[in-house]
Design a protein around this ligand. Sequence first.
Ligand code: ASP
Ligand code: MG
Length: 407
Amino acid sequence: MALIVQKYGGTSVGSVERIQEVAKKIKRFKDAGNDLVITVSAMSGETNRLTSLAKDIHSQPSTREMDVLLTTGEQVTISLLSMALHDLGCDAISYTGSQVKIITDSVHGKARIQSIDDHRIRNSLSENKVVVVAGFQGVDESGNITTLGRGGSDTTAVALAASLRADECQIYTDVDGVYTTDPRIEPNAKKINIMSYEEMLEMASLGSKVLQIRSVEFASKYHVPLRVLSSMIENPEGTLITSEENIMEKAIISGIAHNQDEAKLSLIGVPDKPGIAFQILKPISDANIEVDMIVQSVSAREGLTNFAFTVHRNDYDKALNILENICKKLDAIGVQSDDKVVKVSLVGIGMRSHAGIAAKMFEVLHNENINIEMISTSEIKISVVINEKYLELAVRSLHSAFELENI
Ligand code: ASP
Ligand code: MG
């Protein structure tokens, strides 16, 4: 007998019929002798609907009241799902985040879980009940309702699994796992059967938006075996995300991630002396702009260097403005900028023990005549910034050169 935490996303509980289907699935797991704790999202579209109601009333609604509002979405689905289980003769009980006591900090809209009191859940499990917990929500020390940020139900599921020491945390969604790359770009993309937390973090942060990133960080910290699988197919195997030491055959490349929201800014001919990086990036960070890749080149001319970085496209105009001011202040030659760039990355833990991956990547891009504008590397990732018109070509040619269709 196993203790399994399962999470069903908004599409999986998007209608009464879907909720009934999910209940049938849960009952089968229960009848097979498992203990089950279920987390659900709000019905698909509900969180957006509630958000727009709030916006119709106030242009900047109070974050505390937003949390009171948004958590109702999940309260609807936990009760309906419990009723659907009752209808199948399966004993079940629902709890909101504050009933469980999922304690978070007080940062409304993106609260972090601090602790979970799992007594009520354990008691209900010992009464042989399926426990249904509202995703995406908690309560702070003063009793205020909080939410964990969009997609936060994934994190609720993983946190419950960690706290209960569950055998597995299963995230049911509308895709059947994590793919070697975006199947909309490369139709030959394959489902990955097993990957490490670290690889998933790289893939997730680079645009494979299957899981809330924070849930993967949580799973990694507490070693929760995490499986992403489809709620729409029978007996799915999905993708297992686990600790690196549990992976026998380490793929050199697990996948190719891409990020289309990049913009590149460069300061040309800036005096090469101590404090330059600080003086450029401090005002950027003071403006709450997150910087991704940073490259400072070797002094091009005597005493002068070039400094380039990428930001999210939404921050492009703001960053450009700031950089133009810095350019004047530091007496640099000029600013160059481009918001038509993308980042493409190869990710794989096997890279650690294989040399020559970067060279092969650059060769593939060279053969396609794709100019690389920036490069950055880590132990398990090589990223390049290229012009956005080459995105599909780069992803497809790398996918085939590294034979990812055969994994
Ligand atoms: N309902 C919330 C959202 O739409 C939380 C979740 O689905 O994970 O973001
Ligand atoms: Mg989601």
